[in-house]
Design a protein around this ligand. Structure first.
Ligand code: FES
Length: 159
């Protein structure tokens, strides 16, 4: 629709891209999850005209992020894990937390800080209304990697 902002669309697809669905179907659903490459549960979500992709299972203890609310903290859009309310930035997968500046000062002053990238985010590409995800294969460990095991695949793989 005309009030939908179009994300940067590209005409060429990165290698190893996985077709997720038509943009309008993802926008309608809000969120979809897919098992990609038979090994990785990925959440694709639409928020305010943008599409994002990240590991489905929260880095903290494996909570399903498909049920998380999206809120802004410190000027950054985050998904809030439904299990223990950890906040994860949509664009970078950073864990945000509120730190107390000085515990001796009352009332306590808090500020948002980043724990660094904790949730692996993946690349979304759109070509003529088709949405693809390219897995982020950077080799540094990201904490959410540890939930990519058989134990946690049952949600998106009903067989
Ligand atoms: Fe996500 Fe604990 S599992 S906050």
């Amino acid at each position: 629709s005309s009030d939908e902002e179009q994300p940067s669309s590209s005409t060429s697809l990165p290698p190893e891209s996985h077709f997720i669905g038509r943009r309008e179907d993802i926008v309608r659903a809000g969120r979809v999850s897919r098992l990609l490459n038979g090994c990785r549960d990925v959440l694709v979500l639409h928020h305010q005209g943008q599409l994002y992709a990240m590991d489905l299972r929260c880095y903290h203890a494996g909570g399903g992020l498909q049920h998380g609310d999206i809120e802004e903290f410190n000027g950054k859009l985050c998904i809030v894990c439904p299990w223990h309310k950890y906040k994860i930035t949509l664009a970078e997968g950073e864990g945000l937390y509120q730190a107390v500046d000085n515990p001796l000062v009352r009332p306590l002053q808090t500020e948002w800080r980043s724990k660094g990238v904790k949730q692996r985010v993946h690349q979304v590409t759109e070509v003529r209304g088709d949405v693809y995800v390219t897995l982020n294969t950077r080799s540094e460990d990201v904490e959410s990697d540890r939930y990519q095991t058989h134990k946690y695949r049952t949600d998106s793989d009903p067989t």
